[in-house]
Design a protein around this ligand. Structure first.
Ligand SMILES: Nc1ncnc2c1ncn2[C@@H]1O[C@H](COP(=O)(O)OP(=O)(O)O)[C@@H](O)[C@H]1O
Ligand SMILES: [Mg+2]
Length: 1015
C-alpha cells in the first residue's frame, strides 16, 4: 500500500534507488510511466535531458509523480518493479501484443512503448535506414538519432519520440514493421556437438580456475574459499564544469557487463584496469569459476580465457578458429558445426584476455583483419578481436595495468572499470578466510591496525596474500614489522628460503648466513627475471631456464611456479609467483651481480618518456643514452624493458641499497665497495631525475599559483625515495620543488603512496595545496599523510573513500597545523560521527577558510553540532554541504549560526531536503547577515512558501550577490514575490530559478521584468 505520505517518507531511499541504477534503468521506468499515461509528453521532456546527473533527474521524477497524487506514486513503484523484473529475466520476450494495423498508431506506440523499445533496440540502424528510404524521416533526422552519444535503446526511444510528432505515417510504419523484427535470441542450434563442446569447455575452465594460480605448490588454495570482494568502480569522466557528480558506487563482479558509463556503445570490450597485484587475474579467474559452475554469467554459452603473456609467445600466424580451438579448447567432434555456432551466436560468446600490459606488442588499428578462418599474426588477431572486426558482438574482457592503456585502445572500449584492491573490511575478511585456526587472524588484524604502513600495503591483494603467507614471521617479529615494499619482499625471502633448506640446516631469520648460502640460486633467478623484463618475457620454457642456468635446485626455492592456462599439449613452463617478484629478483640481480656496472643503473632511474620532451632536446647529453648498447647487455635490457616494470624494479633496488638493508647485502657479497658505488649511483640518478622533473613544470601564469600536475613518474620517483629512506635525500629533493599547488588527481594514490608522499613532502619549505581528488587514500592513507600536514595549506580529498575515523584523526592533527586553511572532502563516507571533530576545528582554528563536505551522509543532527562550531568561528569563508541530508532542522541550526557570522561568503545547501521551514530560518539569517555573498539552495523543496520567505529576507539584506533556487518546485507566484523583493534590493546580481514549475510563457514574461532572474 502506498500512501503519499509513505512515499514522501521514503523519498531519500527512492532517490538513492533510482540514482544508483543505470540511466538505462531510469529511462525504462519512464517508458512504463509514459505507456500508462502517468507522465505527459511535457513531463517526459523535462525528465529526459541529456547530461543531467541521474540523482537530479530522479528527484525531478519524484516531484513530478508526487504532483499526480497517490495514483502517480503507486504507478512509479509499479514501474520500478516492472523494470527490476525485466532485468532479472532479460531473455523473456516482451510482454503485450499490439495491433500492427491499429487506427491509432501513435497512441499504440506509446502504450506499448516498453516492449517496442526492447524489440527495436538491436535493430535501430536497419529500421532507420528503411524509414529514411521510404521517406518517413529525413537524413538530418536520421543523423540526429544516430549521434554516437546515444545508446541503442536511447536511439530507439528517440525514433519513437519522433514518430509521435510526425504526422506522416512514421508511427504506422513502425507499428507494422517492429513486430517483424527478430525477437530476443534463443539458441538457434543446440546440436549435440555444440552441447558436447560446451560441456568440455566448462570442465576445462572449471579445472583451470578452481585453485589460485600463484601459489608455490606447498598448499592448495581453493579460490572459492578465499576469494574476497575487490573494489571495482566504473571510471568516470569528470566534467570541467557543471555540478559535482556523485562517484559511482562500487560494483559487484556480477555487474561487470551491466555497468554504465559506456565510452563507446558499439564496442564489445570491457576493460578492467588495476595496478600490479590489485587482483586482475584473480578477478578473471573468479569469473571463469562462476561461469563454469553455472553460478554466474550464464548469458554466455562459451567462455574462452587467454593470458596475454602466453599468447605473445605464439610465433605462427593463427586464425580465430585456431586460437579458440587449438589454444583453448578443442572440439572432439563436429568442428565445423561448433565453429559455425560460434560465428552465428557471437553474443553468447565471452573471451577474456588477462594482462594486456604483458603483451609486448603495442595496440594499433592499422591492419584490418576480418576473416575468422584466415591466419594472421597473434597481435593482429588480438587487436582485431578487441576492435570487433572479428567476432563482432562477442563480449571481451581485457585486463591491464594503467600504463599500457593508450587513448587509441580506449576508442574500442565499451566500459572501463578500475580495480582498486581490498577495502579495509575486505582485508579483514580475507585474513579471516585465510586463517581459520583460532586467534591467528585476530592477531594479524591487530598487528595491521597497530602498524598502519603495513595495513596500507595490504590494500593491494598481493600484499595481503604475502602478509598471510608470512604470518608466523610477522607475529614472531613483534615491533619491527615491514614498512616498505622492499621490507615485505625480503620478509617473503625469509619465509621461503628456510622452507627450501634441508631441516635444521638454516636459521629462521634472514641473516647473512641464509642469504649467502642461497646466493647463487638467487642470482640465477635474478638473471632470469631481469632478462625476462628486458625482452618482455614472463613465462619461461625449459630451454630458456636452461639458458639462464636455472636448475632444479633454484626452482625448488618456490619463487617460480607452473604457468597456468598453458596451451593444451605444450610442455609446461614456469613463471614467477607474481610479476612483482620478477621485478624484485631483477632488482636483486642489479644490486648484487658482478655483471652489472654502477653506470648502467642510470637507465633504470631515468624517466624514459622525457626523451622526447623539450628539455631532452635541449640537453641531449643528459637524457638520451649514447650509442646503442650491445644486444643482450645490461644496458640494452634496461632500455628495452617496459617502463612500468622498470619502475617497480627501481623502487626495489632503492630499497635493497638503503642503509637499512645494505648491511645484509654487504655480508653476502665480497665487495662492499662495489655496493657503495651502486648506492651512490642510485642516489645520484634518483636526485637528478627528481630535479629534472621539477624543473620541467611550466611556470605559473601571471596572477595564478604555480601548480604542478604530477606526471606518472612523480609517484614512482617519490616511492623510490621512500624505499631508500634517506631523510637527507628527501630534503634535498624537495628543495627544488617550488609549487603552490600539487595536483595528484586520478593517480592511483593509495595508502602506500601517501606514506611516500608524506615522507618527502614534509620537508617542503613553502606551504602547498595538496590535491589528491579521485584516488584511494582511505582512512589509512589519511593517517599516512599526517606527517606532512603541517606543510599543507589546503588538502583536497574528494572521492577517496574516507570515513569519520580517518577524518577525526586528520582534524586532531589539523588543530595544530596553523597553515592548513582549506579542507575539501566531497564525496566520501562521512556521517554525523565526524561533526564533533569538524565543530572543534572551526572553534579552535582562528584562520580556517574553507570546509567542503558535499555529498556525504550528514543529517540534521550533524549539522546542528557543526553549527555550534560555526557560531564560535570568525574566519570561515566557504562552507559546502551539497547533497547531504541536513533537512529543515539542520538548515535552521546553520542559519542561526550564519546569521551573526562575520566572514562566511559562500554557503551551499544544495540538495539537502530543505522545505519551507528551513527556508524561513534562512530568510531570517539573510535579514541579519551582512557578509554572505552567495547562497546555493538548488534541488530542495522550498516551493512558493519558502521562496516567499526568502524574498522577504532579501528585502532586508544588502550583501548577497547570488541566490540559487533552481529545481525547487517554485511557481509563478513565488517568482513574482522574488521580483518584488528585487525591486528593493540593489546588491543582488543573480537569482537562479531554472528547472522550476514555470510555463514557457511565464518564463518569457518574467525574464522581461528583471534580467537578474535567470530562468
Ligand atoms: N579477490 C581476491 N581474493 C583473494 N585473494 C586475491 C584476490 N585478488 C587477488 N588476490 C591475491 O593476490 C594475488 C595477486 O593478485 P593477481 O590477481 O595476480 O593481481 P594482478 O593480476 O592484478 O597483478 C593473488 O595471487 C591472490 O593471492
Ligand atoms: Mg595478473
Amino acid at each position: 500500500m502506498c500512501t503519499q505520505e509513505a512515499f514522501r517518507a521514503q523519498r531519500s531511499q527512492l532517490v538513492e534507488l533510482l540514482a544508483s541504477g543505470s540511466l538505462e534503468g531510469f529511462e525504462s521506468i519512464l517508458d512504463w510511466l509514459l505507456s500508462w499515461e502517468v507522465l505527459s509528453w511535457e513531463d517526459y521532456e523535462g525528465l529526459s535531458l541529456p547530461g543531467q546527473p541521474l540523482s537530479r533527474l530522479a528527484r525531478r521524477l519524484l516531484d513530478t509523480v508526487w504532483d499526480k497524487g497517490v495514483w502517480g506514486c503507486q504507478q512509479l513503484i509499479a514501474a520500478v518493479q516492472e523494470v527490476q523484473s525485466d532485468s532479472a529475466s532479460p531473455t523473456l520476450t516482451p510482454r503485450g501484443r499490439w495491433d500492427p494495423r491499429s487506427p491509432h498508431p501513435a497512441r499504440d506506440l506509446q502504450s506499448h512503448r516498453p516492449a517496442i523499445v526492447r524489440r527495436l533496440y538491436s535493430h535501430v540502424e536497419g529500421v532507420l535506414e528503411l524509414a529514411q528510404a521510404r521517406g518517413f524521416i529525413s537524413p538530418y533526422e536520421c543523423d540526429e538519432i544516430k549521434l554516437p552519444i546515444f545508446t541503442s535503446s536511447q536511439r530507439a526511444r528517440r525514433l519513437l519520440d519522433l514518430a509521435t510528432v510526425k504526422a506522416n505515417g512514421l508511427a504506422a510504419f513502425l507499428l507494422q514493421h517492429v513486430p517483424e523484427l527478430p525477437g530476443p535470441l534463443t539458441l538457434p542450434f543446440e546440436g549435440m556437438y555444440v552441447e558436447k563442446y560446451i560441456s568440455k569447455l566448462r570442465t576445462t575452465v572449471s579445472a583451470q580456475s578452481r585453485f589460485l594460480s600463484t601459489y608455490d605448490g606447498t598448499e592448495n588454495l581453493c579460490l572459492e574459499e578465499i576469494y574476497t570482494e575487490n573494489v571495482l568502480q566504473v571510471q568516470t569522466e569528470v566534467g570541467v564544469t557543471g555540478p559535482p557528480q556523485q562517484s559511482p558506487a562500487p560494483l559487484g563482479l556480477g555487474e561487470l557487463f551491466s555497468a554504465r558509463g559506456h565510452l563507446n556503445e558499439d564496442a564489445d570490450t570491457v576493460l578492467v584496469v588495476g595496478e600490479a597485484g590489485s587482483g586482475k587475474s584473480t578477478l578473471l579467474q573468479r569469473l571463469h569459476l562462476l561461469w563454469a559452475a553455472g553460478r554466474g554469467f550464464q548469458e554466455f554459452l562459451v567462455v574462452f580465457s587467454f593470458s596475454c603473456r602466453q599468447l605473445q609467445c605464439v610465433a605462427k600466424p593463427l586464425s580465430v578458429r585456431t586460437l579458440l580451438f587449438e589454444h583453448c579448447c578443442w572440439p572432439d567432434l563436429g568442428q565445423e558445426d561448433v565453429f559455425q555456432f560460434l560465428l552465428d551466436c557471437p553474443d553468447r560468446v565471452l573471451l577474456t584476455f588477462d594482462g594486456f600490459d604483458e603483451f609486448r606488442f603495442k595496440f594499433t588499428d592499422h591492419e584490418r583483419h576480418c576473416s575468422p578462418t584466415d591466419p594472421t599474426s597473434v597481435q593482429n588477431l588480438l587487436f582485431n578481436l578487441l576492435q570487433g572486426n572479428l567476432l563482432k558482438n562477442a563480449r571481451k574482457v581485457l585486463t591491464s595495468r594503467p600504463d599500457a592503456v593508450s587513448t587509441l585502445l580506449r576508442k574500442y572500449v565499451r566500459t572501463e572499470l578500475h580495480l582498486k584492491g581490498f577495502s579495509e573490511d575486505g582485508i579483514e575478511l580475507y585474513l579471516r578466510k585465510r586463517h581459520r585456526e583460532p586467534g591467528v587472524a585476530d592477531r594479524l588484524i591487530r598487528l595491521l591496525k597497530e602498524t598502519s604502513t603495513l595495513h596500507g600495503l595490504c590494500h593491494l591483494p598481493v600484499f595481503a596474500w604475502m602478509v598471510s603467507k608470512c604470518h608466523q614471521e610477522l607475529l614472531l617479529q613483534g615491533g619491527g614489522s615491514p614498512k616498505t615494499t622492499t621490507d615485505m619482499y625480503l620478509l617473503f625471502l625469509q619465509h621461503l628460503l628456510p622452507h627450501a633448506s634441508p631441516p635444521n640446516s638454516a636459521p629462521h631469520t634472514l641473516g647473512p648466513g641464509l642469504l649467502r648460502g642461497r646466493l647463487p640460486s638467487l642470482l640465477h633467478l635474478g638473471r632470469l627475471a631481469f632478462w625476462g623484463l628486458g625482452v618482455s618475457c614472463y613465462v619461461f620454457s625449459a630451454r630458456q631456464l636452461q639458458a639462464a642456468q636455472v636448475d632444479e635446485e633454484d626452482i625448488s626455492l618456490g619463487f617460480l611456479v607452473r604457468a597456468q592456462r598453458v596451451v593444451p599439449g605444450s610442455a609446461p613452463s614456469l613463471e614467477f609467483l607474481h610479476i612483482t617478484f620478477q621485478c624484485f629478483f631483477a632488482a636483486f640481480y642489479l644490486a648484487l651481480s658482478a655483471d652489472v656496472t654502477p653506470s648502467s643503473l642510470r637507465h633504470l632511474f631515468s624517466c624514459r618518456r622525457t626523451g622526447s620532451s623539450p628539455l631532452a632536446t635541449l640537453l641531449p647529453a643528459l637524457c638520451v643514452p649514447g650509442p646503442r648498447c650491445k644486444e643482450g647487455s645490461v644496458e640494452a635490457l634496461l632500455q628495452e624493458a617496459e617502463p612500468h616494470n622498470l619502475q617497480i624494479t627501481a623502487a626495489f633496488l632503492a630499497g635493497l641499497l638503503s642503509q637499512e638493508h645494505r648491511g645484509l647485502l654487504a655480508q653476502c657479497r665480497a665487495s662492499e665497495k662495489a655496493l657503495r658505488r651502486r648506492q651512490a649511483r642510485a642516489r645520484w640518478c634518483l636526485a637528478r631525475s627528481l630535479r629534472r622533473h621539477f624543473r620541467s613544470i611550466p611556470p605559473a601564469l601571471p596572477g595564478e599559483a604555480k601548480s604542478m600536475h604530477a606526471m606518472p613518474e612523480f609517484i614512482w620517483l617519490i616511492r623510490s625515495l621512500y624505499e631508500l629512506r634517506e631523510e637527507r635525500l628527501a630534503r634535498e629533493a624537495v628543495r627544488g620543488l617550488r609549487v603552490e599547488h600539487l595536483k595528484l588527481t586520478f593517480c592511483s594514490v593509495g595508502p602506500a603512496e601517501c606514506a611516500a608522499l608524506a615522507f618527502v613532502l614534509r620537508h617542503l619549505r613553502q606551504p602547498v595545496a595538496l590535491q589528491l581528488d579521485h584516488n584511494s587514500v582511505g582512512d589509512i592513507g589519511v593517517e599516512q599523510l599526517l606527517p606532512c600536514l603541517h606543510v599543507c595549506k589546503a588538502l583536497y580529498l574528494r572521492d577517496n573513500n574516507i570515513s569519520d575515523r580517518g577524518i577525526c584523526k586528520l582534524v586532531e592533527h589539523a588543530l595544530h597545523c596553523e597553515r592548513l586553511q582549506k579542507l575539501a572532502l566531497f564525496n566520501n563516507k562521512l556521517t554525523d560521527g565526524c561533526a564533533q571533530s569538524m565543530a572543534r576545528l572551526l572553534e579552535c582554528r582562528r584562520n580556517f577558510l574553507a570546509l567542503r563536505l558535499g555529498n556525504n551522509h550528514i543529517t540534521s543532527a550533524g549539522a546542528q553540532v557543526l553549527a555550534r562550531g560555526l557560531r564560535a568561528n570568525a574566519s570561515l569563508q566557504f562552507l559546502g554541504f551539497w547533497g547531504n541530508k541536513v533537512g529543515d532542522k539542520g538548515a535552521q541550526a546553520l542559519a542561526e549560526a550564519v546569521g551573526n557570522h562575520r566572514s562566511l561568503r559562500w554557503l551551499s545547501l544544495v540538495g539537502n531536503n530543505i522545505g519551507s521551514v528551513g527556508a524561513k530560518a534562512l530568510a531570517l539569517m539573510l535579514e541579519k547577515n551582512v557578509v554572505l555573498e552567495e547562497l546555493c539552495l538548488e534541488e530542495n523543496h522550498l516551493r512558493d512558501e519558502g521562496v516567499c520567505s526568502l524574498a522577504e529576507g532579501l528585502t532586508r539584506n544588502s550583501s548577497l550577490k547570488v541566490l540559487k533556487l533552481s529545481n525547487n518546485c517554485v511557481t509563478y507566484h513565488g517568482a513574482q514575490a522574488l521580483l518584488q523583493a528585487l525591486e528593493r534590493n540593489g546588491s543582488i546580481l543573480e537569482v537562479w530559478l531554472r528547472g522550476n514549475t514555470l510555463s514557457p510563457e511565464e518564463i518569457e514574461r518574467l525574464s522581461h521584468r528583471d534580467p537578474r532572474l535567470l530562468l
